[in-house]
Design a protein around this ligand. Structure first.
Ligand code: NAD
Length: 460
């Protein structure tokens, strides 16, 4: 554990190192990214074991959603960084001619990266990759809820990086609180809206810019013309991955009344196909992170409304993939982001009911999923609902595409990242206009007598 004096010392050392400009150089950045890639490969089995220990994740999920995801991100970043860091030439208006204009991507400085428990490896290293690519230093704080993962992440960071460049701060909320008292140049936070507001309040004291990757209740809409086979396959996959502890999991389903019975029957079958009759025996179904979250989620289940699942076992923090029907906004399960393996299903008859329900729950969900074969329906829902990002006829996949910016809107977050967008998020876009000295436009200087007509002609 670090005390405040040690934390201040680390931040100060990082600032001195950043000011030396070493991290700004392209070769340095690439070397660090390559080093990180080697480190992630070396730690793959340790991460897999840690993810099993903390969250009961299968080897496949650990690779696909954590280590493999990070390696893919690294490969993409290493491949494109040379192109990304090139100054971007921009047009110059007549009044400023002759001159050239460009945008330089310059690093922000010393960053604080705070990650959540649900994808501890992926959500620690993905922002770190962007921070390194953009030429920054970073202080990292992971979640205390996944201690085995945190220990392995610390080992990797301590092994490959000097703390004056990238430092890992072990500890709990008290250490995060100490970190938030310091002045950083940017704070990148992934977690709940509640803690997001604590982070933003602390950042405001130093006028530090923040990126907030938050959560909320993400809707999934299944229209009457949806391909139900596909919808059910993809909803079950998106909802029950990591036992429902995914920020972009479909939180609840709104299904058109005309296909509700068929949808529910198919979803029951699909859960059995994927996890067997007893999901507690499936090697592919995860566990809830701790007892507190386990009890919170169990209390959201109304057994009278359960049509699949509903079983739980405190000893291994198991909650079965559960589907509840006839859910209304008055049910506990609709009062907060579920973040667990419960899928409430509500029915609708017209689009106004969808818009009304979403606006009552959270005005700006992080994600939204629309299952419909009609472009008109897809367009109406995409434009009628404000959400961070989402998919048509799929779940989760929008965040897998590194070319799509990933982030929330309104209360689901500030700023986005992944691929170039992550590089850009950790960069300052410095605008430079380079003028010539062999020409001087007298029009812009006083005395302005008789010049107004000309300026009006140019600026309109
Ligand atoms: P959390 O907000 O409880 O914790 C996130 C981080 O903040 C952890 O590192 C934790 O140690 C720290 N923290 C907790 N309380 C704090 C406090 N009082 N002061 C300072 N720091 C504090 O979130 P969580 O439970 O780890 O993760 C779940 C939440 O994160 C969900 O809301 C989910 O939707 C969201 N999430 C969002 C994304 C995204 O990319 N948008 C990704 C994953 C999770």
């Amino acid at each position: 554990m670090k005390n405040e004096k040690e934390i201040i010392e680390i931040v100060n050392k990082q600032r001195t190192f950043f000011n030396s400009s070493v991290t700004h150089k392209y070769d340095f950045r690439i070397d660090q990214l390559l080093k990180l890639k080697e480190g992630i490969k070396k730690f793959e089995s340790q991460f897999s074991a840690a993810l099993k220990d903390d969250l009961g994740k299968s080897e496949f999920e650990s690779y696909a959603t954590e280590t493999g995801f990070v390696l893919h991100d690294l490969t993409n970043t290493i491949k494109h960084l040379k192109k990304w860091i090139k100054p971007k030439r921009i047009k110059t208006p007549l009044l400023s001619q002759p001159a050239s204009s460009q945008i330089l991507f310059t690093p922000l400085g010393v960053n604080l990266i705070i990650s959540p428990f649900n994808y501890p490896v992926g959500l620690t290293f993905a922002p770190l990759i962007a921070a390194i690519a953009a030429g920054n230093t970073a202080v990292i704080k992971t979640s205390e809820l996944t201690p085995t993962c945190s220990m392995e992440i610390q080992k990797l960071i301590d092994e490959i990086f000097d703390p004056e460049y990238i430092a890992y701060i072990p500890g709990k909320v008290s250490e995060t609180t100490l970190l938030l008292k310091q002045k950083f140049d940017h704070i990148f936070f992934t977690g709940s809206p509640k803690v997001g507001s604590i982070v933003m309040e602390a950042a405001a004291k130093h006028l530090t810019p923040v990126t907030l990757e938050l959560g909320g209740k993400s809707p999934c809409i299944v229209h009457s013309d949806a391909n139900l086979h596909i919808a059910v396959n993809r909803i079950v996959y998106g909802k029950f991955m990591n036992a429902g502890q995914t920020c972009v999991a479909p939180d609840y389903v709104m299904v058109h009344q005309s296909i509700k019975e068929e949808f529910l029957e198919k979803i029951k079958q699909r859960i059995i196909n994927m996890y067997g009759d007893d999901a507690s025996l499936s090697p592919d179904f995860g566990r809830i992170v701790n007892e507190q979250h386990y009890s919170r989620i169990v209390n959201l289940i109304d057994q009278d409304k359960v049509i699949v699942g509903g079983q739980f076992n405190k000893a291994d923090r198991y909650i079965a993939p559960t589907v509840m029907e006839n859910v209304t906004l008055k049910d506990n399960v609709m009062a907060e982001e579920i973040f667990g393996p419960i899928l409430p299903v509500m029915e609708y008859n017209n689009f106004d009911e969808i818009f009304d329900t979403i606006s009552k729950l959270s005005q700006h969900p992080l994600a939204c999923y629309i299952f419909s074969e009609s472009k008109a329906v897809q367009d109406k829902l995409i434009s009628g609902i404000q959400f961070g990002g989402g998919c048509v006829n799929h779940c989760i996949q929008h965040l897998v595409n590194p070319n799509l910016p990933f982030g929330g809107v309104g209360e689901s977050g500030i700023g986005s990242y992944h691929g170039f967008n992550g590089f850009e998020r950790f960069s300052h876009k410095k605008s430079i206009l380079k003028a010539v000295s062999w020409f001087d436009l007298s029009l812009i200087y006083p005395p302005y007598q008789k010049k107004i007509k000309t300026i009006r002609r140019i600026m309109k």
